[in-house]
Design a protein around this ligand. Sequence first.
Ligand SMILES: Cc1cc2nc3c(=O)[nH]c(=O)nc-3n(C[C@H](O)[C@H](O)[C@H](O)COP(=O)(O)O)c2cc1C
Ligand SMILES: Nc1ncnc2c1ncn2[C@@H]1O[C@H](COP(=O)(O)OP(=O)(O)O)[C@@H](O)[C@H]1O
Length: 294
Amino acid sequence: MQTIRVSYPIQKSVQLQSEPCVMALGFFDGVHLGHQEIIKTARAEAERKGLKLAVMTFSPHPSVVIKKGKQINEYITPIFEKEKIFEKLRVDFLYVVDFNEEVARIPHQDFVDDFLCGLQCEHAVAGFDYTYGFKGQGTMDQLKVDAKARFAVTVVSKKEKNQQKISSTLLRELITSGRVERVPSYLGKSYKIEGELYNDGNKTFIEVVDDYLLPCSGTYEVSVRRGIFHEKAVCEVTKLGQKRCLEVYGLQSEAVFTGETVHLQWHNFIADPQNYPFHVQSTIDEFEALSVSV
Ligand SMILES: Cc1cc2nc3c(=O)[nH]c(=O)nc-3n(C[C@H](O)[C@H](O)[C@H](O)COP(=O)(O)O)c2cc1C
Ligand SMILES: Nc1ncnc2c1ncn2[C@@H]1O[C@H](COP(=O)(O)OP(=O)(O)O)[C@@H](O)[C@H]1O
């Protein structure tokens, strides 16, 4: 898979590198089960038509630039993590558009002409609620109009679980409120982050790489994979202002090497910072009912 940064106007070199493709559209934070459906659908079309499979995403999240509603600057899957997942899903081209104020002002028709047709999109695939262009005025119905018969459009219908739209918003709420045990039913697996281990001679910590979203303060049952070792452990999350600290207990195997790369999977909430073994929230059903759903 090739990852290609795209700016506006699109660089000539990027246009020359492009190949006729089926293009999946979206931000794709988490690459959850709904997102996977988009990629699977696009993959099937690419195979059927003998085209490359491309994904077009943005960096940073448009909310950071548009400054409307909650700004998303911590991710379930930072861009390097998305790259690994898309690679596994057999994506050929990952286009990462530098989202800035100028891009935010592009009218929907121009976005289609410049970014989709400009990168040889022959078939666009996105979910029912995908929007694009200035003020998000481009919808999936509009995309069919803006395509002007130059490419086909497939709209993927809403994928739900427990009567909820599977969404990165829901996953963010589950993670940041510590309900990590509920994540696999929407993500398809436990929430996982990458970091580096270090030991101050007494305690072992994980320093997270990049801009990961972290669970709220508390103690969690986790598993830690480093090299050939894969073991259960306990992780205590504390946040002091902006500073995030992850202390790990119970690693059995061998000495801990400072700087060693680790993957930490979040399985269960054990206790809050006061050692209280329950969530502050009521039941998860009530909690999920409160979540934003479309
Ligand atoms: C070229 C382009 C311009 C956009 N301009 C705006 C905008 O002016 N206002 C807005 O609210 N969203 C704008 N968006 C954002 C999208 O409509 C959409 O909200 C965004 O991709 C995030 O999707 P999500 O909220 O489903 O994660 C733009 C998107 C694109 C691709
Ligand atoms: N549950 C879902 N069912 C169908 N399509 C979805 C679902 N969630 C997201 N999509 C689609 O996946 C792409 C990426 O969406 P994005 O806005 O990044 O996800 P989310 O809505 O989870 O924040 C878009 O084309 C969107 O319409």
